[in-house]
Design a protein around this ligand. Sequence first.
Ligand code: GRF
Length: 219
Amino acid sequence: MTTPARIAVLASGRGSNLQCLLDGIAAGRLDAQIVGVFSDKPGASALDKVPAESRWARSPKDFASREAFDEALGDAVAASAPDWVVCAGYMRILGAGFVQRFNGRLVNIHPSLLPLHKGLHTHARAIEAGDGEHGASVHFVIPELDAGAVLAQARVPVLPADTAESLAARVLAVEHPLLLASVQLLASGRVAEQDGRVLLDGQFLFNPLRLDSAGALQF
Ligand code: GRF
């Protein structure tokens, strides 16, 4: 039996994506352990989902600079000895120093079909743009915001009556199985990043993997 992959999670808010990973581990669907939850918001509900000894939260306001915060965060994450660092609703931009430190094992879930709608307010922007489809992406993190290689995506339709809120809820419902399946794939050791591209089983991916309606990634 191999040791479960060690996953560090960065989260700023309610932590429903983190909860999905925890539920997946409990159900035997994710062969991993959450070795720490790290936050820039000391009040984030995500922190309550893990034991106190697995939590790290500091306010950036208590640091002299972005770099100083990132260094403290990076030291805490490194101390948990993660195989993978997963940003799951982490809303603060990570500086280049942090990204370099965890290069190749740092991923994020972003609520859009990247490369569309990088940054914030993705649901409202998808509606404004008249997109017929919207969704979520799991991608490697590079210093440029939401621009790293995409491993996997889940798609939902945009409906005529959608508001940003109704669309966000539809996307969140697929984010959870997308993140679970993606982290399971990462934990299995089959995925790597090379030259800004995703390698799966040693082959470059030409398109992101797609989540099917059963919650499995299509290869
Ligand atoms: C998710 O929509 C994630 O994609 C976005 O922030 C939200 C976090 O939700 N970046 P939660 O904290 O995991 O519930």
